[in-house]
Design a protein around this ligand. Sequence first.
Ligand code: CUA
Length: 156
Amino acid sequence: MHIHRLEKIWLGLGLGTLFVFLGVLGVSAFAMGAATPSMHHHTIDPTKVNQTAPFDQPGIKQVADKEYEAVMTAFAFGYAPEKMEVPVGSTVHFTVTSSDVIHGFEIPGTNVNMMIVPGEISQVSHTFTKPGEYLILCNEYCGSAHEMMKTTIIVK
Ligand code: CUA
């Protein structure tokens, strides 16, 4: 009798935990559902990257004093645009997506290091305080020519 009662308590606790767990799941599912519309502009059809603005025209443009916006695409095996140049002290806002598989976006010597996922738009900003030729490298294995995947940003 005593044991039976204990089992009931444990069962009750188990069910309680389960309901709490389901509740949390429900709440997060609801939150995700609610958040989807506002996140819509951060997703893109990876098969239509080259026809979707702004990625139909990858490039770098000045948006303010010493402030630039770089729109880039990553693909096997390279980045567009191939070369960029900004004056020293410039802040560059990178907006990047992939038109095929997952790629990396790392600028050695800076803290810029992103994963570029097809269907998603990744953004990072960096201020280049020292002149030089900065490599942008892929650090996610993406196929046979992964090692060759890079582009350059010249700061002078
Ligand atoms: Cu792209 Cu490795």
